[in-house]
Design a protein around this ligand. Structure first.
Ligand SMILES: Nc1ncnc2c1ncn2[C@@H]1O[C@H](COP(=O)(O)OP(=O)(O)OP(=O)(O)O)[C@@H](O)[C@H]1O
Ligand SMILES: [Mg+2]
Length: 242
């Protein structure tokens, strides 16, 4: 079992026990994930890498409740989320998960401020405009983009757009930030800047789980997992060093 113990905190954010995912079509069964055990504690920075088709995106979709496992148990902050209805999954996802994708997925018609504010405007707790403004400004500050809050996404560079996407992912204070190939659409300089933002966020306590092909970026994580053929290969570096 891959149990990750981080010295910063022992508070368990994410736990998967014996998670499997099988995709079935009429003529084909694909075992995308096989018996995954995974624990992520508060403050961890986990990278997941491995060859194309090994199950990285499938794992991230399950972690983010975008899809449900075929078997196994999944807990987020102690809550069993293994078998939720679509509506329940959406509610937990909005509250607990921040997503950052390779394609920034910003809304071109909205300003940077309104893009970042969007998750709070859908929050069932209906925060006040003052609360929303304060939180959006804090998150723009975290990614050093306060000076661009009135711009539209297409008036920004790729790296800046990704930083806005990170601010949006953080705005509802998620339990974990799930990041899929964040630098895939960026030149290396912008990619490095985005990775610096993630490292800084983690230093200040944000829990991150990131899929990346790039070994340099995987190395920035404190816990590096390798997937092969739907299974976790690597023992966390922290344990190897013992
Ligand atoms: N919706 C689906 N239906 C059927 N098979 C799928 C589906 N999604 C993924 N798979 C299969 O599951 C396996 C894992 O796919 P996944 O997308 O998780 O790989 P990956 O590691 O993210 O690959 P890449 O690095 O290319 O993005 C692959 O064999 C893929 O063909
Ligand atoms: Mg993928």
């Amino acid at each position: 079992m891959t149990t990750i113990n981080n010295e910063k905190s022992s508070k368990l954010k994410i736990q998967m026990k014996g998670i499997s995912k099988v995709f079935e079509t009429e003529e084909l069964e694909t075992h995308a994930l096989k018996n995954i055990d995974l624990s992520i504690n508060e403050g961890d920075y986990v990278s997941i890498s491995g060859p194309s088709g090994c199950g990285k995106s499938t794992l991230l979709s399950l972690l983010g409740l975008l899809d449900m496992p075929s078997s196994g148990q999944y807990f987020i902050e102690g809550q069993d989320v293994s078998d939720l209805s679509l509506d329940e999954a959406a509610e937990v996802r909005n509250k607990k998960i921040g997503f950052v994708f390779q394609s920034f997925n910003l809304i071109d018609e909205l300003s940077v401020f309104d893009n970042v504010a969007l998750p709070l405007r859908y929050d069932v707790e209906r925060p006040t405009i003052e609360t929303i403004t304060k939180r959006v400004n804090e998150c723009l500050e975290l990614v050093s983009m306060s000076h661009r809050k009135s711009h539209k996404p297409n008036q920004l560079s790729g790296g800046q757009q990704q930083r806005i996407a990170i601010a949006r992912a953080l705005v509802a204070n998620p339990a974990i930030l799930l990041v899929d190939e964040p630098t895939g659409n960026l030149d290396s300089k912008s990619g490095d800047q985005v990775m610096d933002v993630l490292a800084e966020l983690n230093k200040n306590g944000t829990t991150i789980c990131m899929v990346t092909h790039d070994p340099r970026y995987a190395d920035m994580a404190s816990i590096q997992l390798k997937l092969l053929d739907g299974m976790i290969l690597t023992t966390p570096v922290a344990q190897l060093a013992v």
